[in-house]
Design a protein around this ligand. Structure first.
Ligand code: RB5
Length: 142
């Protein structure tokens, strides 16, 4: 599985924690920045990452900003993206099982690093259930 990750300045410190987790887990990922807390605009990171997931270059994406909201709003503008804004492990599991979400958004100013790692771990390791949920996703796409 190829994973793309990016943030804005409000999410860069949590991104570093998640990058370390992905690295320690020997996962195949690319960090699209930024590297510092200098102010940037989240759509400049969310849009290109979303396009890389939508076109199949990457299987899944992780986007982090201060709240996760701007990243999720932007990501969901790209056709084929189902971005879930998640701050608990129940939703991390449910959105993979039911929505087949392909991008995970989180807010650095909302949750701590331990919970964020558990969310990423759960989200990456939960399979889509298909069945009736497939029909609902087709309706989203339509
Ligand atoms: C940046 O200050 C902040 O607005 C951004 O990180 C995010 O929370 C937007 O939704």
């Amino acid at each position: 599985m190829k994973i793309a990750i990016a943030s804005d300045h409000g999410g860069v410190n949590l991104k570093k924690v998640i990058v370390e987790f992905l690295n320690d887990s020997n996962l195949d990922f690319t960090d699209f920045g930024p590297e510092s807390t200098d102010s940037v605009d989240y759509p400049d990171y969310a849009k290109p990452l979303s396009e890389k997931v939508a076109n199949g270059e990457f299987d899944k994406g992780i986007l982090i900003c201060g709240t996760g909201i701007g990243m999720s709003i932007t990501a969901n503008k790209t056709k084929g993206i189902r971005c879930a804004l998640v701050h608990d492990t129940f939703s991390a599991k449910a959105t993979r099982q039911h929505n087949d979400s392909n991008i995970l958004a989180m807010g650095e100013r909302v949750i701590g690093p331990g919970l964020a790692i558990d969310i990423v771990d759960t989200w990456l390791n939960t399979e889509f259930e298909g069945g009736r949920h497939e029909r609902r996703i087709s309706k989203i796409e339509a």
